[in-house]
Every structure is written in structure tokens, then in C-alpha cells.
Design a protein around this ligand. Structure first.
Ligand code: NAP
Length: 246
């Protein structure tokens, strides 16, 4: 049995994590913590899952690493500085692992992977991400990560910048530009989380499309992380390695 604790257990993602951990025969839920609650309730956990807030997560992780407890983290807002801080803390705890995944959705990760693979074969590419009307940030973190991967793949293949004949533009009409890749954000009630990567060359297009309809779609990735982090000391970023995609 793997003993699992949850930071942010009352949140939308955290409560779903508690539900699937309780339902799994090889996992035991040892407790869940909300803001201001005593973390010592999670001592004895093998793994703690964190779905909290960008300004809370580093404190939670410092506590867990100090207690040599592995962590699986979905909270957003990680920067290069935060990753460096985690690596530095983990260096003093060589058997402890921390997995931070900007996206636990297996379909979403595959969509990014396929887009990265296809990128070098097409003259041009644009990304359209579509989300529910309550999303605060635009473009989505997944769209930014996809654009960065595509740009790196194009650059490694020696492709020039994507062509753009636009000479007159109403502000925003061509979307945001991430590493030279245009990203368009749609916000509509009725949507959940969706993304299309459109690649084009003379005479053909390829569209890679992913739709997430429910936060249950993240749970297979979270559980894969919980089950494998015990054998992955140090910092792991993304679930690509767990899925054999790297
Ligand atoms: P949410 O519903 O607001 O849940 C966050 C929970 O964390 C709330 O219950 C909050 O309590 C609690 N919390 C805040 N500070 C805490 C602390 N110091 N210790 C313990 N709990 C604390 O948000 P959500 O939709 O679940 O999303 C959580 C995070 O996951 C966000 O950063 C989101 O962007 C990210 N996310 C990631 C993925 C992925 O695949 N990686 C997928 C979906 C969401 P209060 O409400 O009382 O403040």
C-alpha cells in the first residue's frame, strides 16, 4: 500500500484526488490538509499530492521535502527560479522525489508530443486554445508550453520563422506570439479545456485536437505519478517520462 496525503484536499482538484485515491486498492488516503491546517497530520505519508495555489505550494513542498516525503504537484505557476529552489532543497534529501506536472492530462500531453513531432514537417503552425469563461489567464499554460516545444523543434530542424504576410492589423487579431508561434485564446461558457494545433504547408493542413470535458481526465496522470515517484528521486518535470515519451 502507498500512503497518500493531499494538500488542498477541499479544492476542485484535491477533492477529486482524494476520491480516486480512496477508490484505488493499492493506495491509502492518510489525510487531507487545507490552508492553515497542521501539516503534521500528513506525517507518515509516502506521497503527498499538492493542488493548491502558486503562492502556497513552495512552503508545502519545503515541509514535505524536509520530512523526506515524495510529492506529486499539479499546482500552476512554476518558474525556472522555483524549479531551481526545489532542486537545491532536494539535493539535501537524495532519496526524496518531487514530480511537478503542468498538465496531468494524458491526452493533453500526447497532443503536445504529437504537435512537437509534426512541427518540423510543416511550413507554418498556429495554436487555438479554448476554455471556460472563468479562466483568469490567457494564453493557457498548456498552449504556452506547446508553442515553446513547437518553436524548439522548428529551430532544431533549421526551419525559418513562420511566414506572416500581415501588414495591417487590428490589435490582437493575430493572437499572442510565444517564441514566434501565434496563439489564439477563446473564452466561452459551455467549454471546459480544449486545444487545437493547426499545421499547414502548401496544399495540406494537419489539425491535432484535444478536448478535456471533466477534471477526471487528470486523474490517470496523477495516479501514475503517485505510483512511480517512489522510484524517481530528485525533481521530475512533466509526466512525459512516466509515459515513455522521452
Ligand atoms: P481550487 O479549487 O481553488 O483548490 C485549491 C485548494 O487549495 C483550495 O481548497 C484552497 O483552500 C487550498 N489551499 C490554499 N492554500 C493552501 C495551503 N497553504 N495548504 C493547503 N491547501 C491550501 O483550485 P483547483 O481548481 O483545484 O486548482 C488547484 C491548482 O491546480 C491550480 O494552481 C490550478 O491551476 C492547478 N491545476 C493543475 C492541473 C494540472 O494538470 N497540472 C489541472 C487542473 C488544475 P481555500 O479555498 O480555502 O483557499
Amino acid at each position: 500500500m502507498i500512503k497518500v496525503g493531499v494538500f488542498g484536499a477541499k479544492g476542485r482538484m484535491g477533492s477529486e484526488v482524494c476520491r480516486v485515491v480512496e477508490a484505488a486498492e493499492d493506495l491509502e488516503l492518510v489525510g487531507g490538509i487545507g490552508p492553515g491546517q497542521d501539516r503534521s497530520a500528513l506525517e507518515g505519508a509516502d506521497v503527498i499530492v499538492d493542488f493548491t495555489q502558486p503562492d502556497a505550494v513552495m512552503d508545502n513542498l519545503a515541509w514535505a521535502i524536509d520530512h523526506d516525503i515524495d510529492t506529486v504537484v499539479g499546482t500552476s505557476g512554476f518558474t525556472a527560479e522555483k524549479y531551481d529552489a526545489l532542486r537545491a532543497q532536494l539535493a539535501d534529501h537524495p532519496t526524496t522525489g518531487c514530480l511537478v506536472a503542468p498538465n496531468f492530462g494524458i491526452g493533453a500531453v500526447l497532443m503536445m508530443h504529437f504537435a512537437e513531432q509534426a512541427a518540423r514537417f510543416f511550413e507554418s503552425v498556429e495554436i487555438i486554445e479554448l476554455h471556460h469563461a472563468h479562466k483568469a489567464d490567457a494564453p493557457s499554460g498548456t498552449a504556452v508550453a506547446t508553442a515553446e516545444k513547437i518553436a524548439a523543434a522548428r529551430s532544431a530542424a533549421g526551419l525559418p520563422a513562420v511566414p506572416d504576410a500581415t501588414t495591417q492589423e487590428m490589435a490582437g487579431a493575430r493572437g499572442a506570439t510565444v517564441d514566434g508561434i501565434h496563439v489564439h485564446s477563446v473564452r466561452l461558457p459551455g467549454l471546459v479545456a480544449h486545444q487545437q494545433v493547426m499545421l499547414g504547408s502548401l496544399g495540406e493542413t494537419l489539425t491535432i485536437k484535444h478536448d478535456s470535458f471533466d477534471r477526471a481526465s487528470f486523474m490517470a496522470g496523477v495516479l501514475a505519478g503517485v505510483r512511480s515517484i517512489g522510484s524517481r528521486p530528485g525533481l521530475t518535470v512533466g509526466i512525459e517520462g512516466l509515459l515513455g515519451l522521452q
